[in-house]
Design a protein around this ligand. Structure first.
Ligand code: NAD
Ligand code: MG
Length: 390
């Protein structure tokens, strides 16, 4: 029986993974090692009991008594805190999904790579903040990383049996998010509630807001560069409101292979779970006749400055990815808390990048986790809204 762990089990991606595992037969089909979560320990315990997990871990130490109580009598171990999540990730499992949101996903992902495991990676932030380190660890430990971001799963699938040298360009699509059709002057007043609703995908709140600002796509451009090793001038972003084509690989002979599917993350998660095989998945079949037409347009970089920042970061290399990722997380916190407006996020990130670039060592890729976390901390301080500061 294959063994699995899900880090960030209680989130949007984690719930989809849980759905797939339960449909496949739950504890009768997979042996679950670790499930992790944060505030929602009731749901975490429920999932751990349903899958008969070995251990359930919450990121929040103050939630441990509640988790223990919810697991009482089940025989499932309970633990709490970031170190306990990393320890759970280090336990052998054939397949580990990293579906934690933000830079917090990096340390446990590193543990999976260090034990030479198979890491299904939804946590794009770890590739943005520490791409060189993550890919290097995978190689050194013969670990496997399977992309779970829909666009990257689509590139991965489109690249099967293709030689990267023949690839002219890779295009990832973007729905355009909540504000695609809003007049520019209205964007500055966009509220958190307005930014938190996505036209096509049901996702966690943070990535939904990142879709509206295109910071999600900016992270994905960097993720494409880091994971596939494709240089920046061969990575394109195309706005595609229907989210049916997820990515497209174009070859030097003028042909392109695109990956199409309904906007349902269970496809990309299930593909990674069953890889290298394919199994039936509970994903709606594509009905192009019902859709009638697919539309596309080039992204406007005044509306979405995040895309320009992504290119700058790839060209700068070194610690720029760690800085962009953390500054973006800080700016997003400030927007959600009402300290800054929607259109203030990109300038805050750009300011942090400019200030950080004057620091010694900025041009060097962080060689270890501690260095990534130092840049992360600095970037958060540089990006933080002065409005909320004491
Ligand atoms: P989410 O906010 O719904 O869930 C995040 C999960 O991480 C939860 O289980 C939460 O408890 C846990 N978590 C939060 N803070 C934590 C911390 N400090 N330490 C440890 N665990 C913590 O997020 P999501 O939308 O499921 O996204 C998860 C990841 O997948 C992100 O990296 C996101 O970019 C990526 N992703 C998501 C989607 C999607 O459809 N939601 C699509 C592509 C990629
Ligand atoms: Mg994506």
């Amino acid at each position: 029986m294959r063994s699995v762990s899900v880090l960030g089990a209680t989130g949007s991606i984690g719930e989809s993974a849980f759905d797939l595992l339960m449909r496949a037969g739950g504890p009768g089909a997979y042996r679950t090692v670790a499930l992790t979560g944060a505030a929602n320990v009731a749901r975490l315990a429920q999932m751990a009991i349903a899958l008969r997990a070995e251990i359930a871990v919450t990121a929040l130490p103050e939630k441990l008594p509640e988790l223990r109580a919810a697991l009482a009598g089940s025989g499932i171990e309970a633990a709490a805190g970031p170190e306990a999540i990393a320890e759970a990730a280090s336990r052998p499992a054939d397949w580990t999904l990293s579906a934690i949101i933000g830079a917090a996903g990096l340390p446990p992902g590193v543990e999976v790579l260090k034990r030479g495991g198979t890491l299904a990676l939804a946590n794009k932030e770890s590739l943005v903040a520490a791409g060189r380190l993550v890919m290097g660890l995978a190689q050194a430990n013969r670990a496997t990383i399977l992309p779970v971001d829909s666009e990257h799963s689509a590139i991965f699938q489109s690249l099967q049996a293709e030689n990267l040298e023949c690839v002219e360009a890779v295009t990832i699509t973007a729905s355009g998010g909540a504000f695609r059709d809003w007049p520019l002057e209205r964007l500055a007043r966009a509220t958190v509630a307005e930014a938190s609703s996505h036209p096509n995908w049901a996702m966690g709140q943070r990535i939904t807001i990142d879709s509206a600002s295109m910071f999600n796509k900016a992270l994905e451009v960097i993720e494409t560069h880091e994971f596939f090793g494709i240089d920046v001038n061969r990575i394109r972003v195309l706005v595609h409101p229907q989210s049916i084509i997820h990515a497209m690989v174009s070859h030097r002979d003028g042909g392109s292979i695109a990956h199409l599917g309904a906007p349902d993350m269970r496809h990309a998660i299930g593909y990674a779970l069953n890889w290298p095989q394919r199994q039936p998945l509970p994903v709606p079949a594509l009905d192009l006749a019902a859709l009638g037409s697919l539309t596309f347009f080039a992204p406007d970089e005044i509306r979405w400055p995040a895309l320009r920042l992504a290119r700058d970061v790839i060209l700068a290399g070194g610690a720029a990815g760690a800085v962009l990722n953390a500054a973006k997380e800080q700016a997003l916190d400030d927007f959600i808390a009402g300290r800054i407006g929607f259109m203030d996020m990109a300038p805050a990130v750009e300011r942090a990048l400019t200030d950080a670039s004057r620091e010694e060592g900025f041009g060097q890729s962080p060689a270890d986790l501690a260095t990534v976390l130092e840049w992360d901390g600095l970037a958060r301080r540089l990006a933080a809204s002065k409005a909320g500061a004491a």
